[in-house]
Design a protein around this ligand. Structure first.
Ligand code: UD1
Length: 361
């Protein structure tokens, strides 16, 4: 029996792993899950395992927070130990976090093939730790599962053609898997936070470039204050790295703990607008047909910008307000889904199986 080790550690990776673990369980491949411990607060980790009924990881490294080098280095050492013990036929890594890079590096040095979910995304900003992680991971991978044409082209431009498969976006699979649940929950969630359908916006900020830069962070808050003046409430499930930085006295801005997946999707399903610097949330807003104002200078999801449902504003308050005023005029129109057919995880499982059986070289 072939064996793979799936390496996760941060919130979005648990969400992406759910449909793929499910698809793998229907094959004859056995899966061992390794959690690096990069995210460790209950609301950033355990809640997803409980709510989405993920089996507990076979290995939990408990690495926690540190500087980039120390965090990645500690992961590298411990992941290597596990891989030497388990001797898997392949390693699955997700996205662009330090856990992704550590997993890809440990595996490739042991000559274990790496399978990268969400390959080929680029911001072309090497100051972002995520960009460094994803570029390196792609160059170490044997199978590269690209969510979009843009991603496939990015890989091609870097000379990576072998092992690249356009499979669609795995987060769309997760979104469909839990649709009944969050729609069922949406009334309760609105009641819990005293919100009304389409009368509120959701805010998330966690990227190092915004969270650790006082000027950028404050400029975003100034922009959001102006948005509130247009008569809309904002709800901000705050990532732990910003929870002590958001003032609690901004009228109309409700700062809460990070939400579970179902609660977040329930809130998204009824939201008027999203303000975020998250990659995943930009897509989820689109799945729910909610306009998204992206508080970054670049995005990996160019297709959303192109069809004018996602507005890249950076952190300047004037730009944030301008984008919001456009959204207020109800100018945003949504087209058919551009992120696949919801069978991304099945396609990936099938391709991994073929690779392990030697049908894909
Ligand atoms: C990481 C990923 C990012 C991903 C994001 C999803 C990297 C470099 N970045 O960013 O790509 O989009 O996860 O959330 O891997 N902290 C806690 N409790 C937790 C987790 C974090 O208090 O459970 C705090 C710590 O102070 C830590 C800081 O948040 O220093 C940042 O955490 P870290 O894991 O380094 O990066 P994220 O911002 O979460």
């Amino acid at each position: 029996m072939k064996k793979i080790v799936s390496i996760v550690g941060a919130r979005p990776q648990f969400i992406k792993m759910v449909p793929l673990s499910n698809a793998i369980s229907k094959t004859d491949i056995s899966e061992i899950v390794l959690h690096t411990g990069q995210h460790y607060d209950y609301e950033m980790s355990q809640i997803f395992f409980e709510e989405m009924r993920l089996k507990p990881p076979e290995y939990h490294l408990g690495i926690g927070s540190s500087t980039h080098g120390a965090q990645t280095g500690r992961m590298l050492e411990k992941i290597e130990e596990v891989l030497i013990k388990e001797k898997p036929n392949g390693v699955v890594v997700y996205g662009d976090t330090n856990s992704t890079l550590a997993g890809a590096l440990a595996a490739s040095k042991l000559h274990i093939p790496v399978f990268h979910i969400e390959a080929g995304l680029r911001s072309f900003n090497k100051k972002m730790p995520e960009e460094i992680n994803r570029v390196l991971t792609d160059h170490l991978s044997s199978l590269l599962f690209a969510p979009t044409e843009v991603a496939v082209n990015n890989l091609r431009k870097e000379g990576i053609k072998k092992g690249v498969f356009l499979v669609g976006d795995i987060m769309f699979d997760t979104y469909l898997m839990f649709k009944d649940k969050y729609l069922f929950h949406s009334k309760v969630v609105l009641q819990k936070f005293s919100l009304k359908e389409k009368e509120y916006g959701i805010v998330t900020i966690h990227r190092e470039e915004n969270a650790e830069d006082k000027e950028r962070f404050e400029s975003i808050l100034e922009g959001l204050k102006k948005v509130i003046k247009h008569g809309i409430k904002l709800i901000f499930p705050a990532h732990p790295r910003v929870r002590n930085r958001v003032p609690s006295d901004i009228e109309g801005l409700m700062v809460i703990k990070p939400l579970s997946y179902i609660e977040m999707q329930a809130l998204l399903s009824q939201a008027f607008v999203v303000f975020t610097d998250s990659g995943g949330l930009q897509k989820e807003a689109y799945f729910h047909k909610v306009p998204c104002i992206t508080l970054r200078d670049e995005t990996e999801w160019l297709e959303l910008e192109k069809i004018k449902v996602n507005f890249l504003t950076g952190t300047k308050r004037e730009n944030i307000i301008k984008a919001f005023e456009y959204v207020m005029k109800k100018k945003v129109k949504f087209k058919d889904n551009i992120y696949g057919d919801g069978n991304t995880s099945l396609k990936i499982a099938e391709l991994i199986k073929k690779f392990l059986e030697g049908e894909i070289k």
